[in-house]
Write a protein that binds this ligand. Structure first.
Ligand code: FAD
Length: 401
């Protein structure tokens, strides 16, 4: 079987490319040094960055591409998942900024699946217009890989729930309007039951957000404390006590959209180009056997990543649930991120450490930044071990380990 885009898809591919060339500053790729699969090595703040970001986001909204796969009635374009995948592939290839991964990419699609009509009307247009941003309140000090261990509670009182507990590794909680939170609503139920989803206003009395500074010295994570935080009952999304099942859907979306497959291709092309034109100790780099083998291995793994990426989109379009495929895609791409960083460091050696771009110093310091950052995506949204467990359990039918 040969994979080909249809004529319509190919035209869309070209339209997205034209859009990116027009709406992103021509030197954007130099600003944005995000390592594919990394969370924290993004663009370096500098003159014009904020303006460029706002301009790009505005243009995306005008096109309706911020919520490209959502139904039209909720502010989307109703494009297929394959078209959404094309859009994600091209934007990541051009290192376009991630405009709103959480509210638009994860929360919105989950509300579409599980929310009541009233909840859809209340939240989806506000997310689609960029009016509200969200952070993910899943992990806790005693619940990460094993989310069934969450201990944060939500207790009914009159027209409200009262939330108590602690979340951790909460990316962007300090700059987001609402928490997309899981909390235990039935403490007597078994671990995988009795959990519900809430949308909680970040400004509610009783919420304390404390920064956790990451390996880059950046404020990305937080720990967040809930002390008798009152939430209106209508902010319980979907059915009470069904949250754990909904979480599986939400995590599927997260694993698919975090991939940014085009970013791998882009940086790999730059790496190969550099190898083709550079000499080391009087000999072309391209003639070193060790370099050639490393590049060939990465080229193969990028192809595998692409196949899984298109396959996942195709399954979503057919209404299938790509749990195993999205785990395989997440695993393949985040492990690829590590291997790519290692190879870039090996190939460039000390030259990769220099930020100024010259003929001899490629990548503007991206490789060492990526080398530090690439570990993040192998942990976030479920570690590599957890993805392998999902593949073994649900894909191969092996028993729980
Ligand atoms: C960059 C980044 C951003 C994040 N953003 C958020 C966020 O916004 N919101 C949020 O809620 N969380 C967030 N997280 C947290 C993330 O989801 C958890 O760190 C992750 O799920 C792992 O949980 P843990 O840290 O508790 O590790 P643990 O679950 O304690 O795991 C520790 C180690 O044991 C291994 N392990 C655990 N269980 C098994 C098993 N059954 N089989 C084999 N090995 C196992 C793991 O693979 C890991 O290597 C983020 C994490 C990172 C790195």
């Amino acid at each position: 079987m040969e994979f080909r885009l249809s004529e319509k898809e190919q035209a869309f591919y070209e339209e997205v490319e034209e859009f990116l060339k027009k709406e992103l500053p021509s030197d954007w790729a130099a600003y944005n040094r995000a390592w594919p699969g990394g969370y924290a090595s993004g663009e370096i703040p500098g003159a014009g960055i904020r303006e460029a970001f706002v301009h790009y986001r505005q243009k995306l909204m005008e096109k309706g591409w911020l919520t490209i796969a959502w139904p039209k009635e909720y502010g989307g374009r109703e494009y297929t998942y394959m078209e959404k995948a094309i859009f994600d592939e091209r934007t990541s290839y051009y290192r376009a900024p991630n405009v709103d991964v959480i509210a638009v990419g994860m929360v919105g699609p989950t509300i579409l699946e599980i929310g009541t009509e009233e909840q859809k009307q209340e939240w989806l247009p506000r997310i689609a217009s960029g009016e509200v941003s969200m952070w993910l309140g899943y992990s806790e000090p005693n619940a990460g890989s094993d989310l069934a261990g969450i201990q944060t509670t939500a207790v009914e009182e009159g027209d409200e729930y009262i939330i108590n507990g602690q979340k951790v590794w909460s990316s962007g909680a300090h700059v987001s309007d609402y928490a997309w939170l899981i909390a235990r609503t039935d403490p007597t139920a078994t671990r995988h039951k009795g959990v519900s989803f809430f949308i909680v206003d970040s400004k509610s009395p009783g919420i304390t957000v404390r920064p956790l500074i990451n390996i880059f010295g950046t404020h990305h994570f937080n720990e967040v404390f809930f002390d008798n935080v009152r939430v209106p009952k209508k902010n319980l999304i979907g059915q009470k006590n069904m949250g754990f099942y909904y979480l599986m859907t939400a995590l599927d979306f997260e694993r698919v959209i975090l991939v940014g497959i085009g970013g791998f291709k882009r940086i790999f092309e730059e790496l190969v180009e550099h190898v083709k034109r550079t000499e080391r100790q009087g000999k072309p780099l391209k003639n070193y056997q060790s370099v050639r083998l490393k590049l060939a291995r990465i080229a193969t793994e990028i192809e595998i990543g692409y196949m899984l990426f298109w396959r996942t989109a195709e399954m979503l379009d057919k209404g299938l649930s790509p749990t195993v495929e999205s785990s395989a895609l997440k695993l393949t791409s985040t492990e690829l991120s590590r291997k790519l960083a290692e190879v870039a460091m090996d190939v460039f050696g000390p030259y990769s450490l220099i930020e100024e771009e010259t003929e001899f110093t490629p990548f503007r310091g991206m490789a060492p930044r990526g080398y530090i950052d690439c570990i993040s995506a192998t942990i976030g949204a479920g570690t590599s071990e957890i993805q392998r467990n999902i593949i073994a359990l649900r894909g191969l039918g092996l028993p729980r380990g």
